[in-house]
Design a protein around this ligand. Sequence first.
Ligand code: PBG
Length: 326
Amino acid sequence: MNFPQRRLRRLRRTPALRRLVAETRLGVDDLVAPLFVREGIDEPQPIGSLPGVVQHTRTSLRTEVAELAERGIGSVILFGIPETKDAEGSGAWDPDGIVQKALADLRDDHGDDMVLIADLCVDEYTDHGHCGIVGSDGQVDNDATLELYARAALAQAEAGADIVAPSGMMDGQVMVIRDTLDEEGYDQTAILAYSAKYASALYGPFRDAVDVTIAGGGDRKGYQQDWRNAREGLEEIRADIAEGADMVMVKPALSYLDIIVRARAEFDVPIAAYHVSGEYSMVRAAAANGWIDGDEVALEQITAIKRAGADLILTYFARDLAEALS
Ligand code: PBG
C-alpha cells in the first residue's frame, strides 16, 4: 500500500533520523536554576516537599552555583529566607539581607559569567506571608507596597543583581522599579517581570521552602491572577512591557502553555516560563513510587514548555537536565 502519510513514520525510524528533524532542541542555555539561601543556618536544610532541593547556607550556595557553572548552567534566581520576619519584610531591602549578601558572594565568584537574577518580593520576609503591606481592610495595599519593592530593587541592584524579577503582582510595580533603578544609576539592571502569574495551588512546596504560611489561612487571589482567565494574562504582559519590562514570565508553566503560545505570537521580548515547585514535586513523587520515569517526564515537560515558545525556563530540574543534556 502506498499513501502520502507514509513519510510520517519514515523519519522516526532511528534516533539519528529523529535528531535530524527535531523541531525543538532543549539546551542548557535555556535553563535557569532557582535556589534558596537561608540566613542563620550552618548546614543546608532539606525541604521535605521539594526532594533534592535544599535551603542553602551562604557557603553551600557558592558551592552549588560553582557546580552548576561547571555543568554549563548560566543563570540562577535567588530566594532568601531571613532569620526574622516583620510586617513590612525589611529583610528584602536590608543591604545586609541574606539575598543581598549571597548576590555579592556570587558576583565575586563568577564576575559577569553567571547571570544573577533576584526574585523581588516581600512574602519570604513578612510575618503574615503576604506579598506586600496588609491594610486595615485585610487587602494588600498596592501603592504602599510599591515603595517596598523600589527599596528591594535598589538593594538587589547594589548587591550585584543583573536582573530583578518582581513577583508580587502589584499594579505598576515594573514602572516604579524601572524609575527607581534609573534615578539611582542602575539603568543597566534589567527587569524580568512575573507578568502572567496565576494564583496557583502548585506553589505549595515553594512555601515550605521559604517557610511561608499566609496569615489566617489566606491566599493570594486578591493580587495573583484568576486561572480562568487567558486574555487577562496577555493584558498583564502588555502592561509590563509598556512599563519597561525587559522580559516577561508566565507562571506556572504546564497548565498555562496556552498563555505561552499566545504571548509568543503577540510579543517579541524574551519570554520566561516557571516550572514551579508543585510541578516539580508531582514528578518526583510519582517517580519515587515507581509510577513514572521521572527523568524522562522531566525532559518531556521542560521540552514542551520550550516548544510552546518559552525562551528561558526556570526549573528545579536544571541541574539534572544539564547533566542529561551534556
Ligand atoms: C513570590 C514567589 C512565589 C513563587 C515564586 N515567587 C510564591 C507565591 O507567589 O506564593 C513560587 C515558585 C514555585 O512554586 O516554585 N515570592
